[in-house]
Design a protein around this ligand. Structure first.
Ligand code: AMP
Length: 369
């Protein structure tokens, strides 16, 4: 990820992909132009890198020139009116290929057609390295397109954000939801994740997703998902990854305008942790930290048996099932400490003490994130 001025951008198109697209465009132009000597016209500033790479790959004689977009001075308008300047060469009867870095709305293209209308060129074609089909509002034909991209702001490979980023050899895309705070509240069964999440979600205005709660809600409502999950939960075993991951994804999608999430009881396996990273990535976001409540096993068993007297949870009522849940945690889930520690995102917190003391310890850690 990179930061330009106030915004963050993530890697989007690699140098290799760009290189392949440019080569393919060159091949297409070569086969269309045949034995004519074309004039390649780059549109400054953004196309300088594309034009440079394009003409280096062009195997036959060609001419290269540039025109530039310039704002009209003295125009009192809120609209940014721009005109192309710098076309001094006589292009009568020439084969002209416009080389554009990116075509989105097509406004520049309209301007290109306006100035070329009076030039008596033999043939005018348009080549653009990047194209945003969703944003394109015009009917002009695009003869050569390198890579179609979604309607999101990009920088690099000649393209800038307020002057910065043109020198980057690959293309980056604007991260749109960069202000989400997401953390995994971690710890063995009975560590107090649910209790603490209820305080933390208020303090930080986050959406709390407890996979255990979602499963229990489905069991109560006798859904197909609930019935499936029940068979595992009753034994203190983990519900299969596919089922759990799909469910988690759906819960996140339901809250698309969230400031961020507290994930409680998820992830519990490596596959779930990877799926969560991918999901956050698709939202232009990330897991900021795993905040773990550390509690001894015997304290856990005692707490869960105590909770079982009032919670109505069958998996809290039986010491054998409780011990199986703790065993599942150490066999399948505890390894996730390493997963997040490797990314420097693991924060351990002592989970023994009064509820408010533990909340204070947690907020002290989260405030530093
Ligand atoms: P919890 O409420 O977090 O203690 O979860 C209760 C039970 O729900 C667990 O013992 C599992 O059977 C199931 N469960 C909850 N979250 C997950 C998960 N992320 N992966 C697999 N099973 C889960």
């Amino acid at each position: 990820m990179i930061k330009l001025h106030d915004l963050y951008f993530k890697p989007f198109i690699s140098e290799n992909e760009i290189d392949n697209a440019v080569q393919r465009m060159v091949d297409e132009v070569v086969s269309d132009v045949q034995d004519e000597i074309p004039v390649f016209v780059g549109i400054l500033n953004g196309s300088f890198m594309f034009v440079s790479d394009f003409v280096k790959k062009y195997p036959n004689p060609c001419e290269v020139t540039f025109i530039k977009l310039a704002s009209y001075e003295g125009v009192k308008s809120t609209e940014d009116i721009q005109r192309l300047i710098g076309l001094t060469q006589d292009l009568t009867n020439r084969v002209v290929v416009i080389l554009e870095d990116i075509i989105d709305s097509g406004n520049t293209l309209e301007e290109i057609h306006r100035i070329f209308k009076n030039e008596k060129v033999k043939k005018l074609s348009i080549a653009t390295l990047f194209h945003k089909p969703e944003a394109y509002k015009k009917d002009f034909k695009l003869h050569y397109v390198g890579i179609n991209i979604p309607d999101k702001f990009i920088v690099g490979y000649g393209l800038d954000y307020n002057g910065l980023g043109r020198n980057l050899p690959k293309v980056y895309q604007l991260k749109t939801t960069q202000y989400m705070t997401n953390f995994v509240l971690f710890g063995p069964p009975g560590a107090g994740k649910g209790t603490q999440a209820n305080f933390l979600k208020e303090t930080y205005n986050l959406v709390h997703i407890s996979t255990g709660d979602v499963f229990r809600y489905n069991i109560k409502n006798e859904t197909a998902l609930g019935m499936l999950a029940k068979s595992y939960m009753d034994k203190g075993e983990l519900v299969p990854d596919e089922v759990t991951i799909d469910m988690l994804r759906a819960e996140v999608e339901k809250n698309s305008d969230a400031n961020g999430f507290i994930f409680d009881g998820f992830p519990r396996t490596n596959a779930q942790a990877k799926a969560l990273d991918d999901l956050m990535d698709s939202k232009d976001s990330q897991i900021n930290a795993m905040v773990a409540l550390e509690v001894d096993d015997e304290v856990l068993v005692e707490r869960l048996l105590g909770r079982g007297k009032t919670s109505g949870r069958p998996d809290d009522a039986d010491e054998k099932i409780i011990r199986n849940r703790i065993k599942e945690y150490y066999q399948k889930t505890a390894i996730l400490k390493d997963y997040y520690a490797a990314q420097d995102k693991y924060c351990g917190v002592d989970g023994v003490g009064s509820i408010s003391d533990i909340t204070n310890r947690l907020t002290a850690v989260i405030d530093k994130l």
